[in-house]
Write a protein that binds this ligand. Structure first.
Ligand SMILES: [Zn+2]
Ligand SMILES: [Zn+2]
Length: 475
């Protein structure tokens, strides 16, 4: 893999916007560019082997499977198991703190020793080179949930977890991103050019030698600290692409799939606050609350104290809270849209005073309050103040009575009243005053939510007239 590489071949052709298509070092595109790519053809009995990326399939599925079976003959030594877990966390950090937050997102800067450590243990996780991984990840952020997202969850949970690697993908479809900064990082370039050597050393030779020289468990070191540890790290980090786009809450934005969940965080060394992460990708944190599990953040912070990391990026709390508030408002709007707020005033018929009186005399239980006519027929028997009081207001302007003349009705009463409105009085003075105030932008504001629903705040109902008021009993 490393033989064909030169620095210039890594500088893939740049587009005017500075982005580039990912250019692998290995000339693996054996397909005829005029024919449709294998991934665009249906899988048949004849062509199915061409659909598989066999190298990835062997690394991700076949070798771990052999490792699992071989544990039957290779007993687990507790020292080997303890070292496997210890080394698991280092290699996991190589991906989360290194590949992801340092290189893919430039969320902080690392000193050379830290970068070498992260590039080495990151290779031990066997997830490709920093350069390849970060290009894909930047495309994932830029084109989340679209066809250009290399691991779009819209193509299925299993696809986003593992399918995108074990099936051949059309390289033309992967979104373009800018990785010029990575091409200028000597650690990234070196690791990319020597990737196979690096990963075999860090993922297999190193743990085998530690367990062999340490407590003479060569085979156990190879199987447990090598193969099985790789398998667990891979599956855990793949969860960021699958589980973190599928399970949990969306406190910042619900237009795309990323989600926050503590389970994903536990599995991925703190990468589970993925809704936050997609909103604030260059923040060195994934979890912003002290009690949330984000060991990757704690490590980066510790490295800063030790002088190994610097320029940690963090979005202002003000920006974070704005996003959270807007999402809360969106949820409120959705809830508001499900409630009955009464017919909007502008949609009600305009009725003359004489008609109002005439209809009331014909037996309709109509009451005018603040220029709005309400039909209370079905409510008389349920009126908490009794039948007599409400009946005495039929055919009258009850503005004053309702607003403290007899009883200063509750906010709930004003809300309930609005569901009974059936008309607006011609020249009904309160409505007119209210509408004029609206127009002149005074006192009462008339706010619509994102779905066009009017926001009716407590105390702002049109029927609310502040007491004491002069008797407006026009009858
Ligand atoms: Zn994501
Ligand atoms: Zn990311």
């Amino acid at each position: 893999m490393a033989s064909a590489s030169t620095t210039s071949s890594m500088q893939a052709e740049a587009f005017p916007d500075g982005t580039s298509e990912y250019k692998p070092l290995r000339a693996s595109n054996k397909f005829d560019s005029k024919k449709p790519h294998i991934s665009d053809q249906p899988m048949t009995l004849k062509n199915w082997p061409q659909h598989f990326n066999w190298l990835n399939t062997i690394i991700i599925i076949v070798i771990p499977f052999i490792g699992l079976i071989s544990t039957y003959w290779v007993p687990a030594n507790w020292k080997t198991v303890a070292f496997s877990i210890f080394y698991y966390f280092h290699c996991g950090l190589g991906i989360t703190a290194g590949y992801h937050r340092l290189w893919a997102h430039s969320a902080y800067k690392g000193s050379l020793p830290l970068k070498i450590y992260l590039a080495a243990v990151g290779a031990g996780a066997v997830e490709g080179s920093i350069r390849w991984w970060s290009h894909g990840h930047r495309a994932h952020h830029r084109y989340t949930d679209t066809d250009k997202d290399p691991y779009s969850v819209r193509k299925g949970l299993m696809y986003s977890h593992i399918g995108w690697m074990i099936f051949n993908q059309n390289p033309k479809r992967k979104g373009r991103t800018d990785i010029t900064d990575l091409n200028e990082d000597p650690v990234v370039v070196w690791q990319h050019k020597n990737y196979i050597k690096t990963f075999i050393t860090m993922a297999l030779i190193f743990p085998t030698v530690v367990c062999g020289l340490g407590w003479n468990d060569w085979l156990g070191g190879f199987i447990y600290a090598g193969i099985l540890r790789i398998f667990f790290i891979q599956q855990a980090t793949f969860c960021v692409n699958s589980l973190a786009h599928w399970l949990g809450e969306q406190p910042f934005d619900d237009r795309n799939s990323p989600r926050d969940h503590v389970i994903t965080a536990l599995v991925t060394l703190g990468e589970g606050y993925h809704n936050f992460h997609h909103e604030f990708p260059s923040d060195y944190r994934n979890a912003i609350q002290w009690y949330q599990y984000d060991p990757t953040k704690w490590c980066i912070w510790t490295w800063k104290q030790l002088g190994l990391a610097y320029d940690l990026k963090q979005f202002r709390q003000n920006e974070i809270e704005k996003g959270r508030l807007q999402q809360m408002q969106k949820k409120l709007d959705q809830k508001r849209a499900t409630l009955d707020w009464g017919t909007p005033l502008e949609q009600l018929p305009v009725v003359s005073w004489d008609d109002f009186i005439a209809q009331s005399k014909e037996g309709k239980a109509l009451i005018a309050i603040a220029g709005v006519i309400h039909d209370v027929s079905d409510f008389i028997k349920d009126h908490p103040g009794g039948k007599a009081l409400i009946s005495s207001a039929i055919g009258k302007d009850a503005t004053a009575i309702f607003n403290g003349g007899v009883y200063n009705h509750s906010n709930a009463a004003h809300n309930l009243l609005s569901t009974m409105r059936v008309g607006v009085l011609r020249g009904g003075c309160e409505v007119e005053i209210w509408k004029r105030a609206q127009f002149e932008n005074k006192d009462v504001s008339y706010v619509n939510d994102s779905s066009g629903q009017r926001i009716m705040r407590a105390g702002n109902q049109v029927t609310r007239v502040s007491p004491p008021i002069a008797s407006a009993d026009a009858a």
